[in-house]
Design a protein around this ligand. Structure first.
Ligand code: PEP
Length: 229
C-alpha cells in the first residue's frame, strides 16, 4: 500500500521537521510506502529514512525567470525526486491547464521523478452522470504517459477534497476499476479520508493506497492510517 500526506500550505518548517520525524518512526515499523508532500519552504528541513518526501509543485525548468516557482536545480539541492502533479487545487485555484500539466509531467518524467498524478471530477460532472464524469476524467489523462514506471495515480473527486464528503465505497471501487483499465499504475483514493474511514477505503478492490490532506496534519492520525494499511 502507498500512504501519502499532502500538507498543502500548512505547518511551519519547524513543525514539519518534527512531523516527518514522527511519521518516519511509524513508517519504519510498517511495510507500506509512505510519502509526505510538505510546503516548499520545508523541503530542506527534515531527516527521514523511510518516508519519501516530495514537492507539491515545481516549474518544468532547471532554473530561470519564473517568479515564485521552484525548479529542478533547487529540488536537486534538497535531494527531492518525487512530485505531485495535477492536484485539483492547482488545476482550479491556480488555473493550471491540462496542456501545462502534461508539459510538467513530461519534464519530470524525463528527470526520472516519481510522479503522483491527480485526477478527479467536480460536483457538476458527477451529477451529470457517469458517462460525462468519465469523459471529464479521461481528458485529464491527455498527454500523460500512463505506462511510466514511476507513476502513481490518485483519484480525488474535487467535491470530496476537504469537504468531509466521500463517494460511497461502491462508487470508489467502481471508478477505480474503470481507471485501472487506463493505467496499471498504483491507484490511490483521495478526498476526505480520515482515521474513521481509512480502513474501509484501503480494503477496497483496486485501491492501492490513499492520499490524505487535512486528516494527515496530525502525525499521530497519519500514523494510525499507516498502521491500518
Ligand atoms: C488532498 O488535497 O489531496 C486531499 C485529499 O485533501 P483532504 O484529505 O483534506 O480531502
Amino acid at each position: 500500500m502507498i500512504i501519502a500526506a499532502n500538507l498543502k500550505t500548512n505547518l511551519t518548517r519547524h513543525d514539519t521537521a518534527s512531523y516527518i520525524e514522527e511519521v518516519d518512526k511509524c513508517a519504519k515499523q510498517s511495510n507500506q510506502e509512505v510519502f509526505v508532500f510538505p510546503a516548499i519552504s520545508s523541503l530542506d528541513s527534515f531527516s527521514a529514512e523511510k518516508v519519501e518526501v516530495g514537492t507539491q509543485n515545481a516549474y518544468p525548468t532547471v532554473n530561470g525567470a519564473f517568479t515564485g516557482e521552484i525548479g529542478l536545480e533547487q529540488l536537486e539541492e534538497f535531494g527531492i525526486k518525487t512530485i505531485l502533479i495535477g492536484h485539483s487545487e492547482r488545476r482550479h485555484i491556480l488555473g493550471e491547464t491540462q496542456e501545462f500539466i502534461a508539459k510538467k509531467f513530461a519534464y519530470f518524467k524525463e528527470q526520472g521523478f516519481t510522479i503522483v498524478y491527480c485526477v478527479g471530477e467536480p460536483k457538476e460532472k458527477r451529477e451529470a452522470g457517469k458517462e460525462a464524469m468519465m469523459e471529464y476524467i479521461s481528458a485529464q489523462y491527455e498527454g500523460i504517459d500512463t505506462s511510466y514506471e514511476k507513476l502513481i495515480i490518485a483519484y480525488e473527486p474535487v467535491w470530496a477534497i476537504g469537504t468531509g464528503l466521500t463517494p460511497t465505497l461502491e462508487d470508489i471501487e467502481d471508478i477505480h476499476t474503470e481507471l485501472k483499465q487506463k493505467s496499471s499504475a498504483p491507484l490511490l483514493y483521495g478526498g476526505s479520508v480520515k482515521v474513521t474511514n481509512a480502513k474501509e477505503v484501503l480494503s477496497l478492490k483496486n485501491v492501492d493506497g490513499i492520499l490524505v490532506g487535512s486528516a494527515a496534519l496530525y502525525a499521530e492520525h497519519f500514523c494510525t492510517m499507516i498502521q491500518y494499511a
